[in-house]
Structure formats: structure tokens, C-alpha cells
Design a protein. Structure first.
Length: 118
């Protein structure tokens, strides 16, 4: 996967009984993307404890299947969306973190408030 040109997460649930040809059809027909572009396409099933990854390596497709033994993946649910990810986002997703931003309140320190007033 040295030539990896992108990581695409197919949101929502995908029937993981699909093989290579079925997943290629999802990429081409449903999302109008090119499955031959050396990108990694990720698909998740209903249970969110397993996913498949599809990759064109130049002379054929590679299909990876992973089952999480303990826990679930925080997979986005919008069926009509594909998200382009960075490697760091993929790592976060596979570590159990959500891709959707969570907003944390910011409380400035006394020092920051004082310097802002000057």
C-alpha cells in the first residue's frame, strides 16, 4: 500500500457478505468514485464490530477483513456519505474514538484573561 492515494470511509452500514465485486459496485455505482485509484475504501457492517477494507494494488484488489474482539467502532451513520480521512483519523476511528468532533468547553486561565485585557 505504498501508493495509497487516500482513505475513504463509506458511512452507514454495508452488507459485509459482499465480496470484492459487490464492494467495487458500491464505490462505483452508489458514490461514483474510482475503485482503481489506489485508495483504501472502508466499509462497516450493522454490528460495528467488524469492517472490510478494499484496495487496488495495481494488478488486483486486496480485501481485508477485521473483527474487533472487544468493543465497537464509532462509525458515522449517514448512508449517503463518503468521508475522506487522514491516516491519523483512521487510527482514531480504529481506537474507538468518534470522527465527529466533540466540543469541550474552554475555560481560560487567570493568566490568559489578564493578558487578554492588556
Amino acid at each position: 500500500m505504498r501508493q495509497l492515494r487516500g482513505i475513504y470511509l463509506v458511512c452507514g452500514k454495508t452488507d459485509l457478505r459482499r465480496g470484492i465485486d459487490g464492494l467495487v459496485d458500491v464505490v462505483k455505482e452508489q458514490f461514483e468514485l474510482n475503485p482503481y485509484n489506489h485508495a483504501l475504501y472502508l466499509f462497516c457492517g450493522t454490528r460495528k464490530d467488524r469492517f472490510k477494507a478494499l484496495y487496488w494494488d495495481g494488478d488486483g484488489f486486496v480485501l481485508l477483513y477485521k473483527r474487533i474482539e472487544d468493543g465497537r467502532i464509532q462509525w458515522p451513520t449517514n448512508q449517503d456519505e463518503v468521508r475522506k480521512l487522514h491516516a491519523k483519523q483512521l487510527t482514531r476511528l480504529l481506537s474507538g474514538w468518534s470522527l465527529d468532533a466533540s466540543v469541550r468547553p474552554f475555560w481560560p486561565s487567570k493568566k490568559e484573561v489578564k493578558s487578554a485585557r492588556q
